[in-house]
Design a protein around this ligand. Structure first.
Ligand code: ADP
Length: 245
């Protein structure tokens, strides 16, 4: 899905935020992204979501080399990727439901099919937001904003999910529920990349870890430790993760 060959990024010429990153993230894989503050995680995140284009090396997404790709091709690639930003980036003047519907409306020229409407309802229920669907995003708590951002990222079944600290603002039970959703997406073929500092979360879900330090890829490892609790714990209801997702 993603192939990086000697990828680097300089925000200002001569100062590298990321250097010589060579990495393959195959379709359907699940990776953690970790490293100390300033290591280059956000920069890599922004490259993978095509918010930035590499200043060095080659980044290929779904077989398309992004540096030489046209704007239209980059837009097409971007649509494959569901993104959960650390600062959520919700539209504050829209309701929770409207925020989650937005990518589907953009895809469908403004309208939703009944199945899509139901998918939004199911997704909002899964992340425990049924009671606040008509609230403006501006009036949500941090945890509610995070769950809205997650619902918005996954509701249109993206080929790739890239999320920055997606469980950073929710309690343990909701974090487990969100991780269950992500692992279900992965089982259904979604490529998942999650940036986190939460080593417990990584131990519970021992997928390969991309470590960055000072802008370099320092290791790609698997924390081969058994999950210490059932991965499929579903603390809010016993329902399956939304099947459309
Ligand atoms: P992390 O997400 O791991 O904390 P970043 O990717 O944000 O790391 O930062 C990597 C390096 O790039 C840091 O030295 C940081 O100061 C620098 N950097 C990040 N964003 C910018 C920017 N917009 N302009 C200039 N330098 C930046």
């Amino acid at each position: 899905m993603f192939t990086l060959e000697n990828v680097g990024y300089e925000y200002t010429p001569g100062t590298s935020a990321l250097q010589n990153v060579t990495l393959a993230l195959p379709q359907g894989s699940f990776h953690w992204l970790t490293g100390p503050s300033g290591a280059g995680k956000t920069t890599l995140f922004r490259l993978l979501t095509l918010d930035l284009i590499p200043t060095h090396g080659t980044l290929t997404i779904s077989g398309t080399e992004v540096t030489s790709a046209s704007r239209a091709t980059r837009s097409t690639l971007r649509r494959k990727i569901g993104v959960v930003y650390q600062d959520f980036r919700l539209l504050p003047h829209l309701t929770v439901r409207e925020n989650v519907e937005l990518p589907l409306r953009i895809q469908g020229n403004g309208t939703l099919t009944p199945a899509q409407h139901q998918a939004v309802t199911d997704m909002l229920a899964w992340v425990g937001l049924t009671d606040v669907t008509d609230n403006l995003a501006a009036n949500l708590s941090g945890g509610e904003q995070q769950r809205t951002a997650i619902a918005r990222a996954v509701v249109r079944q993206p080929e790739v999910l890239v999320a920055d600290e997606p469980t950073g603002n929710v309690d343990d039970a909701m974090a487990r529920r969100i991780m269950h959703l992500f692992t279900e997406l992965h089982k259904h073929g979604t490529t998942v990349i999650l940036a986190t500092h939460d080593t417990d979360l990584i131990r519970r879900h021992p997928f390969p870890v991309i470590h960055l330090n000072h802008g370099y890829l320092t290791a790609e490892t698997t924390l081969a430790e058994s999950p210490d609790e059932p991965e499929s714990t579903s603390p809010v209801t016993d329902t399956e993760a939304p099947s459309h997702a």
